[in-house]
Design a protein around this ligand. Structure first.
Ligand code: FA5
Length: 341
């Protein structure tokens, strides 16, 4: 006869699902003692079968019930053990990962693009490697001009189709011809891009810097339109009211030409008073020379007029953030980069 008490005591000692399986085979499996006991009943008389059958069924039910309860208990234990092993401590510090960010110059350039877009300018970037024609002749600079010399301009070994060495553009004015040809007239476009010069570096001069070229051509545009737009644009770019001073300047692609200096109100920490900042040369500009329009295939007998300007974005950024030396933008000093990240 099956001793349910003994079976239950054995079940209590079962510590894991493997041992439970052995227990099952021992009692309830195909060759388990309960199953075998049922099989052996075949030789008994009907009365014996009846009373033993009832006892056996009762014993089987009790063992099976205890087995199922144990199985449930062990399964829960196993799930909990698994959950504990998989626990992720989200309060643990992770390995430090440096996060990248845009440089101050990129942010200023993007900001300038937003301002220009809101004023209705088309935005183009062009390429940094250009032909001598694009950089000089297309904007009325003869190839005998000193600016074409190697001590001003960075030449590449690669040549263009006419056999001339390619160069790194020295100004974004190299895009004027392309823009007029691409969009035709009237035109209102800017080029916020990098330029390169073989330059004696100092706090205001770098070999690579950003310019924001602007070109506006329409009928009957005057210097008054230009001055008004310049003050609005510079004030928007510097986020403060800017006062400009226009001086005569010479650029072969404009007539008349101007240099524009800018200043604005600052707070002097030593005196505790407001005063005007030093003037800083920010822009080269002027009314577009007819030869530039001619070089781009425009009929200059028609009454087109326009102005162009080249703003030094690096200097502008320095002015906006009170940075004393524009070489910080490019010298790779992470302390500087991170302080504006
Ligand atoms: C030009 O480059 C002319 N292409 C600008 C122009 C455009 C004139 C359209 C007329 C019509 P300039 O060399 O002055 O001009 O440079 C323009 C501005 O770029 C300067 O006012 C200054 O703000 C900035 N700049 C010039 N050289 C450097 C330099 N080495 N480093 C940083 N900024 C510079």
């Amino acid at each position: 006869m099956i001793d349910v008490k003994v079976a239950k005591t054995e079940l209590e000692k079962v510590a894991n699902l493997e041992q439970l399986e052995s227990f099952f085979q021992q009692y309830l499996g195909k060759n388990g003692s309960i199953t075998l006991a049922f099989k052996q009943m075949g030789s008994l008389s009907p009365e014996e079968k009846k009373s033993l059958g009832q006892e056996l069924t009762e014993a089987k039910n009790q063992v099976a019930e205890a087995y199922e309860a144990k199985q449930k208990e062990l399964s829960i234990e196993q799930i909990n053990a698994q959950l504990n092993a998989d626990i992720v401590d989200s309060s643990l510090e992770t390995a430090h990962v440096d996060q990248g960010s845009f440089s101050l110059l990129t942010n200023i350039r993007r900001d300038a693009e937003e301002v220009c877009k809101s004023m209705g300018f088309i935005i183009e970037y062009g390429t940094e490697v250009v032909t001598k024609f694009e950089n000089f002749e297309s904007v009325n600079i003869p190839l005998t001009h000193p600016a074409t010399e190697m001590h001003d301009t960075i030449y590449l070994q690669d040549k263009d189709l006419s056999g001339e060495n390619l160069i790194l553009r020295t100004h974004t004015s190299s895009m004027q011809n392309y823009l007029i040809q691409k969009y035709g007239l009237p035109l209102k476009a800017v080029v916020p891009s990098r330029v390169y010069r073989y330059e004696n570096m100092d706090a205001h001069h770098d070999v690579m810097f950003y310019q924001l070229e602007g070109i506006v051509v329409d009928k009957n545009l005057s210097v008054a339109h230009f001055k008004d737009m310049m003050e609005k644009l510079l004030s928007a770019l510097l986020h403060k009211k800017v006062e400009t001073r226009m001086r005569p300047g010479y650029f072969p692609f404009v007539e008349p030409g101007f240099e524009i200096d800018a200043r604005y109100e600052i707070y002097n920490q030593q005196t505790g008073k407001k005063e005007l900042s030093k003037r800083i040369e920010l822009v080269g500009a002027g009314m577009i020379h007819p030869n530039v329009l001619k070089n781009a295939g425009i009929d200059t007998n028609e009454w087109w007029s326009g102005f162009a300007f080249g703003i030094g974005i690096s200097r502008l950024a320095a002015m906006r953030y009170g940075i004393k030396d524009i070489r910080y933008f490019t010298n790779g000093d992470l302390r500087f980069a991170k302080s504006f990240a």
